[in-house]
Design a protein around this ligand. Structure first.
Ligand SMILES: O=C(O)CCC(=O)C(=O)O
Length: 274
């Protein structure tokens, strides 16, 4: 596989980049069938985020969390040499692998409010990186991923309540006036890489009958010494385990304040103090 240095530079400048056709149409067809079969068999690892209403499409198709811990196909995808090569080129060193997820996002499903992944992974030092692979074409109609350009260097921001009629997760990240989410249109087999500070999320799937399926891997930078407990065990890209420390949730976070007419970030501790 050829690594395109322009795409690597784009990731390094903007904190995110879409790499087209990392996986072939035939491979994607296999993943699509595999995860639909797991769902049909009711095989575990689902997380419905506390969805209680029977009519909610996410009740029937909740996301799968950490399938690599029990499903060989998911494990092999997470450790795939192509993902490793791209991330190693972007980060300058091989990452460690910590999470997989599969989103079905059927027609009518809510999205996931804007957030930063490292607020959850709590990687120290450094941050995490996501590999988000489209299984279906993803566009605004079926609730593609939305990225907020210009956020890749933000510290972890303090979360505020989200609109849960549009999001199955309850919190979101406040944005400065000039920051706007932008849709990431992707074809099956394309992979979006983004760092753990980039603010991202998705809006509802407003199509009549289209899924918006995706496999997501979360990785952490090689210099990381700690990551939150939920993401252990931590794996090297050859699948062997590496011992890292456990970081605590709920450390200091940023809030927007106005200084001389400009929005700037101020860091608050757990008690809301500067
Ligand atoms: O796929 C989505 O709609 C959201 C996924 C996401 O935000 C994540 O993987 O962190």
């Amino acid at each position: 596989m050829m690594i395109n240095p322009e795409l690597v530079s784009e990731f390094q400048e903007k904190g995110f980049v879409v790499v087209p056709s990392v996986f072939s149409a035939d491979e994607i067809a296999v993943y699509r069938q595999h995860f639909m079969a797991l769902h049909a068999q009711g095989v575990g690892g689902f997380d419905d985020g506390g969805v209680s209403e029977e009519f909610d499409p996410l009740k029937k198709y909740p996301r799968m969390v950490h399938p690599h811990r029990w499903d060989e196909t998911s494990l092999q995808w997470m450790l795939d040499a192509r993902l490793n090569e791209w991330m190693t080129a972007m980060l300058g060193a091989e990452p460690f692998a910590v999470q997989t997820m599969f989103y079905f996002k059927p027609a009518g499903a809510r999205g996931q409010a804007l957030h930063q992944d490292n607020r959850y992974l709590e990687v120290q030092p450094g941050t995490c990186i996501a590999a988000w692979m489209a299984i279906d074409r993803c566009d605004e109609e079926n609730g593609c991923l939305q990225i907020v350009p210009g956020t890749h260097d933000l510290p972890s921001m303090c979360n505020v309540p989200a609109n849960t009629s549009e999001s199955f997760t309850p919190t979101t990240v406040p944005l400065a006036d000039w920051m706007q989410p932008e849709p990431v249109i992707m074809e099956p087999g394309d992979v979006l890489f983004f760092n753990g500070q980039v603010v991202h999320g998705s809006f509802p799937n407003v199509s009549k009958d289209r899924f918006r399926r995706s496999i997501i891997g979360h990785y952490i930078v090689a210099e990381a010494e700690k990551v939150a407990k939920f993401y252990h065990p931590v794996l090297r890209m050859d699948g062997t385990e590496v011992e890292l420390g456990i970081s605590e949730h709920g450390g200091p976070c940023g809030v927007w304040v106005e200084r001389e007419g400009e929005a700037v970030v101020e860091i608050r501790d757990n008690n809301g103090r500067v």
